[in-house]
Design a protein around this ligand. Structure first.
Ligand SMILES: Cc1cc2nc3c(=O)[nH]c(=O)nc-3n(C[C@H](O)[C@H](O)[C@H](O)COP(=O)(O)O)c2cc1C
Length: 165
């Protein structure tokens, strides 16, 4: 029997499905434009890198409209969503509507928006970026952070989940 090469879309779907077996939390990454307008997007590629110095990592798709703004900003924040914040995840992944409309938020270093009701918030200096295929990989120094003992929002198999006791 001859070995058949899988069509590219089949590889892509199987690869995404396999990656979806890695359960993650969900974050909203926020910053301000040079004009001071708050911006943000939903990100689950966040992870820890180093304790000393304190470094985190996440990746941003090359073709996103917000890419140049995140690449150029001095500071940004990673807001780790709590179990009851799935609506915020949807809102910050959607192109419809004002993402910050009606949202109360705090202001961090350099004025970065810090969302309320999150499990943790990391304020980061935009230090190093690497090309990563169709994404740009941010590795950044955490300059401040806070934490609330709330259950986290979980993302697994392309769906929102809750931790079970
Ligand atoms: C659960 C979830 C996780 C996501 N993770 C990422 C991510 O890690 N990196 C990324 O570039 N986009 C990610 N996205 C997609 C962006 O949130 C989405 O494309 C958003 O509209 C981009 O914002 P922009 O249009 O302002 O650039 C994710 C979306 C969802 C729903």
């Amino acid at each position: 029997m001859t070995q058949q090469t899988l069509p590219a879309e089949d590889f892509s779907r199987r690869f995404r499905n396999a990656l979806g077996m890695f359960a993650t939390g969900i974050t909203v990454v926020t910053t301000r434009t040079p004009d001071g307008v708050p911006i943000g997007l939903t990100v689950n590629s966040f992870n820890s890198v180093s304790l000393d110095p304190p470094l985190i990592v996440w990746s941003l798709a090359n073709d996103l409209p917000s890419r140049a703004l995140f690449e150029g900003c001095e500071y940004y924040a990673i807001n780790v969503l709590a179990a009851d914040q799935a609506e915020l995840s949807q809102r910050f992944a959607s192109r419809l509507g004002d993402r910050f409309g009606g949202l109360d938020f705090d202001s961090g270093v350099g004025g970065v928006p810090l969302l309320r009701g999150c499990c943790a918030r990391f304020q980061c200096r935009n230090t190093v970026r690497h090309e990563g295929g169709d994404h740009v990989v941010f590795i950044s120094e955490v300059v401040d952070f806070d934490r609330e003992p709330r259950p986290p929002l979980i993302y697994f198999g392309g769906a929102y989940r809750q931790l079970q006791a």
